[in-house]
Design a protein around this ligand. Structure first.
Ligand code: SF4
Length: 416
């Protein structure tokens, strides 16, 4: 199917998140296209909240001025950029010391088939690879095997600042995927691309995002998925359940599901209560999937989050604390253990005081001033504050290392 294409001019490109995203360990992302011809039935980008005009799966907007914009936004001489430098440092590269630049996700897949013609993703990678002063680590998230075309640039970025390529899946079953991801490369081809990139020295991961309710979320399917990813060479697999926001996204998914197996309509509707504007599934369901998927990952010693070895040296202290606490929270919950860490991480991220670079708060007494500030933040508490003090002093987090060992995911446990 030939998509209808609209060439547009964007006003800005590089988006900075308010806080570090611990799922992708990114603080910046960019979308070079809008809409996605892979047309996955569950795609969140289709939901009304993103305001992508037209038919999401067959109309593609191309940001034709994207590379000129990106070159300007990466320019270290820009005054505005220096004013907003959150590190407080004059060095332009310091502005970016808060995680990966995420290419993909959101409202498109960055390797649309038309990327062959427009070469915007390649151009963006080229700008990052050639930049004279910004060592920007890059995390690509895609379903497309076209990413293998850019292995030369990704390898250059990896040598300089690090690059990861992650593939997203909703299952590794080609037949199921042909129905629910009708124009995306098959899971088999994505697995081959992981093997190819891994053989060429790049680190790859996977996102089972989402596991499809009643279709790819049972124990056997999850085990098969982790096994296939492990065999292909993926270094980690992050799981999530599906969200179904009311309106375009939910209607489209249910129509597609009805064509596949109408008997699943009612059980699926039951999981997604009416009135939840974010489209979350019932809590009990998402918790059960988390436990099942974590068990499948544990059996093969597969990390369920990006291993610390891939990010700990890329982050400022505060971001490192937030990511460590959120990962720790996930692993504890997946082992059905209590955790105060997720709440504390959210509280720190939401509090302006803690977003100041830790080194500004340390003063004469390493850790002391930061702890004073942290203990005032509702949701942190003395025990977590003490743990953060230890992390800042030693660069390690003992409970995190322990829980990774328990989960069989100890690769690169040190947050130093
Ligand atoms: S590939 Fe990603 S962005 Fe594209 S339709 Fe599928 S889920 Fe959405």
């Amino acid at each position: 199917m030939k998509p209808s294409v609209r060439e547009i001019e964007a006003r800005t490109l590089l988006r900075k998140s308010k806080r570090i995203d611990s799922w992708f360990v990114s603080s910046y992302h960019l979308n070079l296209y809008r809409g996605c011809v892979f047309d996955c039935a569950y795609c969140d980008g289709r939901s009304d909240s993103y305001g992508v005009e037209g038919d999401y799966g067959s109309e593609l907007s191309v940001k034709t001025n994207a590379l000129a914009l990106l070159a300007r936004e990466l320019d270290p001489r820009r005054k505005r950029r220096q004013r907003s430098a959150d590190s407080g440092s004059d060095r332009p590269a310091d502005r970016f010391r808060r995680g990966y630049l995420l290419l993909g996700g959101g409202v498109t897949d960055t390797y649309q088939p038309l990327e062959q013609q427009y070469q915007l993703s390649r151009g963006a990678l080229q700008l990052v690879a050639d930049h004279p002063s910004v060592d920007f680590p890059v995390h690509v998230l895609t379903k497309s095997v076209l990413v293998t075309r850019d292995v030369d640039l990704l390898s250059r970025i990896d040598a300089r600042s690090r690059a990861i390529v992650s593939f997203s899946f909703s299952s590794v079953d080609d037949t199921l995927a042909a129905h629910f991801e009708p124009r995306a490369p098959s899971p088999r081809r994505r697995l081959e691309a992981i093997a190819e990139l891994t053989a060429r020295g790049l680190r790859c991961g996977a996102y089972l995002m989402p596991a499809l309710p009643h279709l790819s979320d049972d124990e056997a399917q999850l085990a098969r998925t982790v096994e296939a990813l492990r065999e292909a060479g993926a270094r980690f697999v992050v799981f999530s359940t599906m969200t179904l926001k009311p309106g375009r996204q939910k209607d489209h998914y249910l129509r597609t599901l009805a064509r596949h197996d109408a008997s699943l309509l009612e059980p699926t509707r039951t999981l997604y209560p009416l009135g939840d504007r974010w489209g979350n599934s019932q809590r009990g369901y998402s918790e059960a999937v988390t436990l099942r998927s974590a068990a499948a990952a544990r059996r093969l010693s597969m990390p369920q989050r990006l291993p610390a070895a891939l990010w700990s040296d890329l982050l400022d202290e505060t971001s490192r604390v937030i990511v460590t606490l959120e990962h720790l929270d996930h692993y504890l919950r997946a082992l059905e253990r209590p955790s105060p860490y997720g709440r504390a991480a959210r509280a720190i991220a939401a509090d302006g005081r803690a977003l100041r670079p830790a080194r500004d708060l340390l003063g004469e007494t390493p850790g002391g001033a930061l702890i004073d500030e942290l203990e005032k933040i509702r949701g942190v508490g003395p025990a977590v504050a003490k743990l953060i003090r230890e992390m800042l002093a030693s660069g390690r987090c003992a409970p995190y290392e322990q829980v990774l060992a328990d989960a069989g995911a100890a690769e690169g446990a040190s947050t130093a």
